[in-house]
Design a protein around this ligand. Structure first.
Ligand code: SAH
Ligand code: SF4
Length: 389
């Protein structure tokens, strides 16, 4: 049996090269690309302006296949979450967040995640595998046309676009699945596909320093960095990748990235954990860090109230604490927003995306490390409860 080439695996240049191999001119690749990414077409017979001979060639060797939808839920606030099958019992989540003037799609880049952040349910399930390009861009392809179908909006460039912004903030660490992420990004930005501007696509990373630099050369989209801690000792525990790329190195990479970025600031995401990283002292430490004369960086803060998941053993900071923390940052002139929690009733909020959760991590070991930190730095861990292992 011949395996079919999935055309969702290509960026625009690769699609041109594929068509050239079939003896076709570059403009045919553009037509084909528009059928796929602007009309959501997967049936070559429907691509009426392609020559019949080309359609026959494509039918015998190619396909347009996005990952299959396992479930599709809409929350009371309009947030819509799809669980998509990526084979071998793995599933990842794609979340659409409608707002007044925009529609944001949050997409996943890996099944599971190896970074293993303490507060993240994706990390808790361990790393399963990298998604392919077709699985990454396929989430956008599937979601745009599902959303249009639901609303009865025609496919094609004239139909009202449902997804105006993309954030790579779903499951997985995009910069640890570098090449497929970059290929998918190139398609998102292409005028003959989704035509998103670089400002409307945000990649969120836990801080893979060498690949932040690489991205600045390949496709410098807007950048969000998951900070979550104001010093290395705390960040080593919360985001274990910090041991490899500590804060000052990360900050320096952010500063370099800004020379190429579509915006003049980095967004720092900061998950608010009750009694853990949310004191005024932590906020002041952050101010010193981002104003450092050597590695300081122009930034905004986005505080994310921690979204609990079963057996996390952590609690969300109280609203007045979040407000006070934000005020310390704002009084120092740093633009700070607090992320609204969306899709609570369908477990679609940040960090709740788990697919099928299997706890493969050594939670007990980490609890011990936290106890050590507590002794050393006198941190108050609030209401951390015993986690069954
Ligand atoms: N791996 C990337 C992108 C995916 S996570 C990264 O870490 O940046 C997207 C954002 O959600 C990150 O800032 C992450 O730290 C945050 N997050 C993870 N778990 C969370 C939780 N339980 N509550 C709130 N935010 C969480
Ligand atoms: Fe991975 Fe991001 Fe979750 Fe950390 S927060 S475990 S990097 S998905």
């Amino acid at each position: 049996m011949t395996t079919l080439t999935n055309l969702l695996d290509f960026d625009p240049a690769q699609l041109v090269a594929y068509c050239a191999d079939l003896g076709e001119k570059p403009f045919r690749a553009k037509q084909l690309q528009r059928w796929i990414h602007q009309f959501g077409a997967s049936d070559f017979d429907s691509m009426t302006d392609l020559a019949k001979s080309l359609r026959e060639k494509l039918k015998s060797r190619a396909e347009v296949r996005a990952p299959a939808i396992v479930s599709d839920k809409t929350a009371s606030d309009g947030t819509r979450k799809w669980l998509v099958d990526v084979g071998n019992g793995n599933a990842v989540e794609t979340v659409f967040i409608p707002e007044e003037n925009r529609g944001t799609l949050c997409i996943s880049t890996q099944a599971g995640c190896a970074v293993n952040c303490r507060f993240c349910s994706t990390g808790k399930q361990g790393f399963n595998r990298n998604l392919t390009v077709a699985e990454i861009i396929g989430q956008l392809w599937m979601a745009e046309f599902e959303l249009r179908r639901t609303k009865g909006i025609e496919p094609g460039p004239k139909g009202e676009r449902q997804i105006t912004n993309v954030v790579m903030m779903g499951m997985g660490e995009p910069l640890l699945n570098y090449e497929p992420t970059v290929t998918a990004l190139k398609m998102m930005l292409d005028d003959n596909a989704y035509g998103l501007s670089r400002r409307r696509v945000t990649l969120s990373t836990s801080g893979v320093v060498p690949n932040i630099d690489k991205l600045s050369q390949d496709v410098p989209v807007a950048m969000a960095v998951s900070l979550h801690a104001s010093n290395d000792a705390l960040r080593d525990i919360l985001v274990p990748l910090n041991k490899k790329y500590p804060l000052r190195e990360l900050m320096a990479a952010c500063k370099r990235y800004l020379e190429f970025a579509p915006r003049d600031f980095i967004t720092f995401e900061y998950c608010m954990l009750d009694g853990f990283n949310d004191s005024d002292e932590h906020a002041r430490e952050l101010i010193a860090l981002v104003n450092d004369p050597v590695v300081g960086v122009n930034c905004k803060f986005n505080l994310i109230p921690f979204n609990p998941f079963p057996e996390s053993g952590l609690t969300r900071s109280k609203n007045p604490r979040i407000k006070a923390f934000a005020e310390v940052l704002m009084n120092a002139g740093i633009v700070t927003t607090v992320r609204k929690t969306r899709g609570d009733d369908i477990d679609a909020a940040c960090g709740q995306l788990a697919g099928e959760v299997k706890d493969r991590t050594r939670v007990a070991e980490r609890m011990e490390k936290m106890a050590e930190y507590q002794k050393k730095f006198g941190a108050d861990f609030g209401r951390i409860v015993e986690i069954p292992t």
